[in-house]
Ligand binder design. Structure first.
Ligand code: NAD
Length: 242
């Protein structure tokens, strides 16, 4: 099999990205750190239980992640996906598991952050105020702002045990795609890890790109075992015919 991905005029492309797409920008993946994030086990910082137990610790963790993400830049993989979107327009859809803003910084627009966004916050009570843009760093419990309703402001992140965002739109796009491309996602976090199985029910062409085999590797039509930033630029062959 060749190292190119053919996209015809009738194709619709669905791309799922995971932490691996941002690795070459200097943001560590989950697995790079033996399952620790900035030294913390996830259950201490990325679950509703952790928030209930120690909101200050949770915000300190997301403060560190905000600091890391503020200074890093999109890499060649983010730019290649933004370029592909410009060519395909509404026949392209990007779903990321990442909470960093690197896809947007590269120019992606048809994009959903299924696990939330690092630089947005919202009320813990889901009082209807909605999420808002927030780059601040909260170091202590007393700095955590309150909503008008009295609830504490929390990160706009889907924690383990919570339901991913915009699943209706994601499933709709999955139902319509003819090509599914998964980039830098270990195949361990569901429901994202199931997308390839759902696509296979409709005989969609499925590709995985990343340096290691994901857990769900048997489900893909083709696996390209290389770094995303090395593979994605120049891999797409977009043609005007079928
Ligand atoms: P993961 O950390 O479990 O796995 C990362 C995957 O990326 C691995 O399979 C690894 O082989 C691959 N990878 C490493 N370097 C790569 C590269 N240069 N190019 C392509 N692939 C590369 O991540 P996950 O599967 O996305 O699941 C963990 C959860 O934690 C997800 O929700 C994820 O988005 C989140 N997370 C997000 C960020 C972020 O927003 N940048 C960082 C860490 C974890």
């Amino acid at each position: 099999m060749s190292d190119s991905i053919e996209i015809g005029s009738n194709d619709r492309v669905f791309v799922l990205t995971g932490a691996g797409v941002s690795a070459e920008s200097g943001l560590p993946t989950f697995r790079d750190n033996n399952g620790l994030w900035n030294g913390y086990p996830v259950e201490e910082v990325a679950t509703p239980e952790a928030w209930a137990e120690d909101a200050e610790r949770v915000w300190r963790f997301y403060g560190m992640r905000r600091r890391d993400a503020l200074t890093c830049q999109p890499n060649a993989a983010h730019f290649a996906l933004a370029d592909l979107e410009r060519e395909l327009e509404e026949r392209f859809f990007l779903c990321t598991q990442n909470v960093d803003p690197l896809h947007e910084r590269a120019g992606s627009k048809r994009l959903i952050h299924m696990h939330g966004e690092l630089f947005r916050s919202r009320c813990e009570r889901e009082c209807g105020r909605g999420d808002f843009s927030d780059e601040r760093i909260y170091q202590s419990a007393s700095e955590i702002p309150r909503c008008e309703c009295g609830g504490r402001i929390r990160p706009h992140i889907v924690w383990f045990g919570e339901i991913p965002m915009e699943m209706d739109r994601i499933l709709d796009e999955l139902d319509r795609c003819t090509v599914l491309m998964v980039v830098g996602s270990s195949g361990m976090v569901h429901p994202a890890a199931s997308f390839v199985e759902w696509a296979n029910r409709r005989r969609v062409r499925t590709y995985y790109i990343g340096p290691e085999r994901p857990l769900n590797s048997v489900s893909f039509t083709q696996i390209l075992l290389r770094k995303a930033g090395e593979v994605l630029p120049g891999i797409f062959r977009v043609s005007q015919s079928g």
